[in-house]
Design a protein around this ligand. Sequence first.
Ligand SMILES: Cc1cc2nc3c(=O)[nH]c(=O)nc-3n(C[C@H](O)[C@H](O)[C@H](O)COP(=O)(O)O)c2cc1C
Length: 202
Amino acid sequence: MQDAQRHMGVITARAQMVTFTRALITETDMIRPDLFKTVMRKHAASVVLISLGVNGRMHFMTATSFTPVSLEPPLVLFCLHRNGDTHDFVRVGSTVGINLLSQDQEALSRRFASKGPERYEVSDLHLVPSPDGVPLLSKACASMEVKLNEKHKAGDHSIFVGQITWAAAQSEASPLLYHSGRYTSIAGVATERTLCSEASSR
Ligand SMILES: Cc1cc2nc3c(=O)[nH]c(=O)nc-3n(C[C@H](O)[C@H](O)[C@H](O)COP(=O)(O)O)c2cc1C
């Protein structure tokens, strides 16, 4: 316990320390949602748009739950909230696009995380069809066509696993990241690190 507390020495407020320590030692209890969110804010993730055709129109949704899974075969996963529209649209056996957004595409991430009508006004997007016909963003950092072959219930989300059937990446593009409740980029992280080290050397 004392070792764990020393390890978490960066947490200075006593109330936070108590919360953190309880989380470390309480293995059988479910942690509270606010602690889950506090911990997950430390998790940096690439922002993707999941894209698909639904009843003759294009549907896009912002997600950070994308994870590469396997090289052979080339598998990836993403998680969808079970109450979301996208969860209803995505089916095992169907094909979706996964577009890793570039650092200059934050507006697209905000737009496709909203519930407004702008979700379906997509004429301004630069799209190309994948070989199987799903819409892909031509200016994304990287894009994949993914054939979904597994769905697993996981709490309030479902995990979808699929095989990449086509992929492309832009050699010069840098990804959009989401961390600590805000958008950033690899350049942004590097700048913050430089500012921190400059401040500490003063
Ligand atoms: C940065 C960011 C990441 C998100 N990641 C996910 C995710 O991985 N899975 C999910 O279900 N919702 C995620 N969301 C929330 C959805 O984008 C949002 O609830 C959207 O309106 C759902 O649309 P739908 O109802 O069409 O499914 C994320 C939102 C943001 C801003």
